[in-house]
Write a protein that binds this ligand. Structure first.
Ligand code: NDP
Ligand code: 2IT
Length: 445
């Protein structure tokens, strides 16, 4: 088996040189799927893995824009349309200076399996730019978003490809991009999700990724007769996913002791309360400041250039970025008594870290299962747009909750190994079968 896995990976690496994040994401899936595919030769004969690692289409484009000084700036834009076997391409847009082909291909590849897990009809894609929104004025962000959409608009559409937010892309950016799409196409359609409530957005979409991740971890805790109530939790990030993860954890009676940004983390021994969380939302969504500023108003410690994985906690919710938990971090967490990990971010744990969690037999939920609530609720936004009506908060939240329960059940179905549930294997096989069967049914396209 090891040889087969290596053979597949050698080919992927040869065809996609210099793309370490993409190799990492593919390797994890190939390791889970190879034994399953050996038992189900129809997938091998149809060369499904070989087809799935090749994007259906990848667009790279120039984005020129004018900054406030009147100077010309040039960024690079991307959209990776990975797989449309089960529905129109769907997935977020990331604006961050680190964005490159490797990162977007890993995210698009993960998105295909994640979207399949949601039970909704969505294919997988990801896009973005190396544009850095930090330190830019609203006007500059608008100019960039308009420039970005001036090319992207010809590749997307409500039945073709429906982008949404990700790192650096929230309600403000979706608004500017939607405005530009509407102007260019002269159409008001559900071409993006994460829209404002007054113009086609869905209630609960901003909350969905964080809420969904907590719902998923609560399901995992139930399998051990436990719950999140009273548990000490460490959260990383302070953006969209982190904010609503903390909100739901507080609602369930957990104690959240950390949040972070790319400069460092805050540790609040007594637990972050609603007032402090409200301040984080204002700081990050309106004032666009640094997490360190919380120490001015609240009794918390700040650790510069550190990640929050050395604190003593029962559960962790990495919600910032990829590869933020190393093997050493994972060892420290296990040693300090951590029993559950819910990945709000995409691929936040390194392969070494995953091995540590799995060998310790603790509850480990990979991102493609744990954070699928965001895109699932995007799918619900698409349904509401198609019907031209909006559901209530309760209706969307109930649907989200049921979807997370269904994803958990599916992971258990494919990942149960005696008493232990391998959620990585479960999520990969459950996500894969639906896409693979659709690809076989649709022939060589
Ligand atoms: P935001 O831009 O709202 O927030 C990102 C947070 O992570 C910020 O606190 C940011 O700090 C921190 N961060 C970003 N990059 C780095 C880095 N390289 N090192 C350290 N910290 C970093 O993004 P989201 O909350 O939307 O996304 C967070 C994660 O969740 C990503 O992995 C994303 O792919 C994933 N995700 C998002 C979904 C969504 O619906 N938005 C759905 C599913 C997954 P700073 O401000 O200093 O940059
Ligand atoms: O990684 C993700 O699932 C997202 N950024 C959300 C994608 C979406 O289309 O809502």
């Amino acid at each position: 088996m090891k040889l087969k896995i290596q053979e597949t990976m050698d080919k992927v690496i040869r065809k996609n040189p210099g793309e370490p994040e993409f190799h990492q994401a593919v390797r994890e899936v190939v390791e889970s799927l190879t034994p399953f595919i050996e038992k189900n030769p129809k997938y091998k004969e149809a060369k499904i893995i070989e087809r799935m690692v090749e994007p259906e289409r990848a667009v790279i484009f120039r984005v020129p824009w004018l900054d406030d000084k009147g100077e010309i700036r040039i960024n690079r834009g991307y959209r990776i349309q990975m797989n449309s076997a089960i529905g129109p391409y769907k997935g977020g847009i990331r604006f961050h200076p680190s964005v490159n082909l490797s990162i977007l291909k890993f995210l698009a590849f993960e998105q295909v399996l994640k979207n399949s897990l949601t039970t909704l009809p969505m294919g997988g894609a990801k896009g973005g730019s190396d544009f850095d929104p930090k330190g830019k004025t609203d006007n500059e962000v608008m100019k960039f978003c308009q420039g970005f959409m001036s090319e992207l608009f010809r590749h997307i559409g409500p039945d073709t490809d429906v982008p949404a937010g990700d790192i650096g892309v929230g309600g403000r950016e979706i608004g500017y991009m939607f405005g530009q799409y509407k102007k260019l196409k002269n159409e008001f359609t559900g071409v993006l999700t994460g829209k404002g409530l007054e113009w086609g957005g869905s209630l609960i979409r901003p909350e969905a990724t964080g809420y969904g991740c907590v719902y998923f971890v609560e399901e995992m805790m139930k399998t051990r007769g436990d719950s999140l109530k009273g548990k000490v939790c460490a959260v990383s990030g302070s953006g969209n996913v982190a904010q609503y993860t903390v909100e739901k954890l507080l609602e369930l009676g957990a104690k959240v002791v950390t949040m972070s940004d790319s400069d460092g983390f805050i540790y609040d021994k007594g637990g972050i309360d609603h007032k402090e969380l409200k301040c984080v939302l204002d700081l990050k969504n309106n004032r666009r400041g640094r997490i360190k500023e919380l120490t001015r108003e609240f009794k918390c410690e700040y650790f510069e250039k550190k990640r929050p994985w050395q604190v003593k906690c029962d559960a962790v919710f990495p919600s910032a970025t990829q590869n933020e938990i190393s093997g050493e971090d994972a060892k420290a967490l296990v040693k300090s008594g951590c029993i559950a990990i819910g990945e709000g971010a995409n691929m936040p744990t390194t392969p070494e870290g995953i091995s540590v969690f799995q060998e310790a037999r603790i509850l480990y939920a990979p991102g493609k299962a744990a954070n699928a609530g965001g895109v699932a609720t995007s799918g619900l936004e698409m349904s509401q747009n198609s019907m031209r009506l909006s559901w209530t908060r309760e209706e969307v939240d109930n649907r989200l909750h049921n979807i997370m329960i269904a994803i958990h059940e599916n992971c258990v179905r494919y990942g149960k190994e005696g008493k232990y549930i391998d959620y990585v294997k479960g999520a990969n096989i459950a996500g894969f079968t639906k896409v693979a069967d659709a690809m076989i049914a649709q022939g060589l396209v």
